[in-house]
Design a protein. Structure first.
Length: 326
């Protein structure tokens, strides 16, 4: 009986190896990771594309057998089935409260970070759904990067398979807040061995040539809050369909998330709709689609004798009530 079981075990092991090898070879021949970089305007340098593809072990210019040997070696020796840097690795190192303090502190008032993608802090339904990303955790970020195979000697930039961990942070020219935020993130990610290359591009080309085409690793810009938080956000977080990304510039989404947006749109009970909105937000945090930093206040300078005029926020302006006091 023992010999029979051993024989069956060996047969199954051989089948697993053959099936795994065939699956890897078919995927390597059929899939085209290089297409993710095609069509960008301007196109990234070929050397940069090759460097990133090689770092992930999917560069079609590298020998197939060599790539397979590296992959199967990682599986058998380290249990690594192809880990890469994820948004969560980087996000854990970013201190959003520090950014809020730096950008909003000088303006006075509340400099609290924003912990919800759907609701603003002054809207009913707002709550913190950010979970592990609520506070920066440099130790956890370092641990995850180490587990993903990104090694570091001293304070040097992390490397994996001979490639440096470099984040290309694209910002528009002439926007002081974007420059300040990028520099803050640059300093934070240096703590985990990630080099941030800040690339300033002409403000007129920022969206058309970079954000719309996905030609960035990190970027930063503002969304405007509305009185209809769920429906107005659906185009930002719904799953892209081919080249149809709507406003989902991160190009991250899921069918489950789309279904929740549809469910919220059909819900007639405002309280239940808000609950669904927070369920949506929790999933957005889980997929690390993007990091909300802070809610920029509405600041208005006005004569002290001018009544019923100022920072209206989501309120409607009643022009008939505006006037000067005696």
């Amino acid at each position: 009986m023992g010999r029979f079981l051993l024989k069956r075990l060996v047969n199954y092991l051989v089948l697993v190896i053959v099936a795994t090898t065939l699956a890897y070879l078919v995927a390597s021949l059929a899939l085209n990771p290089r297409s993710a970089y095609e069509g960008r305007n301007p196109p990234p340098p070929a050397a940069v594309v090759d460097q990133q593809l090689s770092a992930y072990g999917v560069n079609d210019k590298d020998p197939l057998l060599g790539r397979y040997a590296d992959w199967i070696g990682g599986v058998l020796l380290h249990g690594d089935f192809g880990k890469t840097v994820t948004g969560g690795d980087m996000a854990k190192a970013i201190d959003r409260q520090t950014i809020a303090d730096a950008l909003l502190g000088p303006l006075g008032g509340d400099a609290t970070k924003l912990d919800n993608h759907i609701f603003m802090t002054n809207q009913e339904g707002y709550q913190d759904n950010s979970g592990d990303l609520s506070k920066a955790d440099v130790a956890a970020a370092n641990s995850q990067l180490e587990a993903a195979g990104w090694t570091r000697e001293g304070d040097a930039t992390r490397t994996k398979d001979g490639q440096n961990l470099v984040i290309r942070f694209v910002i528009p020219s002439g926007v002081a807040s974007s420059q300040q935020e990028a520099e803050l993130v640059q300093g934070m990610l240096a703590q985990v061995g990630a080099e941030v290359d800040i690339q300033t591009v002409p403000v007129g080309d920022f969206f058309e040539s970079y954000v719309n085409t996905g030609d960035f690793d990190f970027t930063v810009f503002s969304w405007i809050g509305t009185p209809f938080p769920i429906s107005s956000n659906s185009s930002i977080y719904e799953e892209p369909k081919g080249d149809e990304i709507q406003q989902n510039y991160a190009r991250v989404g899921s069918a489950d998330l789309d279904a929740l947006f549809q469910q919220a749109a059909e819900e007639l009970d405002p309280a239940k709709a808000r609950d669904i909105g927070n369920e949506i937000d929790t999933k957005i945090w889980d997929e690390v689609h993007s990091l909300t930093l802070y809610q920029r206040p509405d600041l208005i300078a006005a004569n002290t004798k001018l009544a019923n005029f100022g920072a209206f926020g989501f309120a409607s302006v009643k022009y008939q009530d505006i006037g000067f006091t005696k």
